[in-house]
Design a protein around this ligand. Sequence first.
Ligand SMILES: [Zn+2]
Length: 282
Amino acid sequence: MSSTGISSLSAKRKGEGVGMGADLGKSQSSSQGTSIGKEDKGNSRKTTLVPPKCLQDAKASNARGKLTKLQDVAALIRNRHCRNIVVMAGAGISTASGIPDFRTPGTGLYDNLEEYNVPYPEAIFDESYFVHNPLPFFSLAKKLYTENYKPNYIHYFLRMLHEKGLLLRLYTQNIDGLERMAGIPSIKMVEAHGTFLTASCSSCRSPYPASKAKAEILSDKIPKCKRCTGIVKPDIVFFGEDLPKRFHSLYRKDFYKSDLLIVMGTSLEVNVLVTIMFILTL
Ligand SMILES: [Zn+2]
């Protein structure tokens, strides 16, 4: 489970699957940071964070030092010491479903985009590149539309947390939709890097029927906006685009309320998650 499952509660491990979601997340480094800063300026109320009760209890009983193994965390969950669990998930949770990494030689997404002569891997999620050449991204979209990927045991672990009433929110960087497919309701998720379930114009942002965009992409046609003829894309967050409103409206409340944070499938080098972790230390 360590390779694709729960990384750790404070993971900083390199070399994990750098996948579609993970690389995409690096795009938000500037825009996200600015956005957070503005919010902080406007928030004059000082918030004092206290350790979650389960950790206070553990410390009081001199048991904190024992929270070093996955089994210790599992015991906390099983014994219901933590009832508001927030999960941050990255690309690593989907590799067991066959979703390719970004850069793995031979099987990685980048290697399979060579025919499009992509100048650098992240170009596939770069809005300025997309408007000139949407084919690499549409190639990825076709793959996700047609490959019939299935959720794996990690996704179903998250669903189990939900069914037991323990999942406060799942923040996922992944765009493969496997969390939804596993049965986790949308109200319990924040799809930080967007979703294929909706689509809009990359220029004027007018909504566009996602089913129509999908049909056109699958037919190797480029969906065009009726209003301005801009290229339509599924609502996946690209470089330079802000995160979904749902992310901004929920993350503070959720993380203050949470009593356990599980980080899985990510090395925490992705800005969206790192930003949240930074806020938690303020
Ligand atoms: Zn438009």
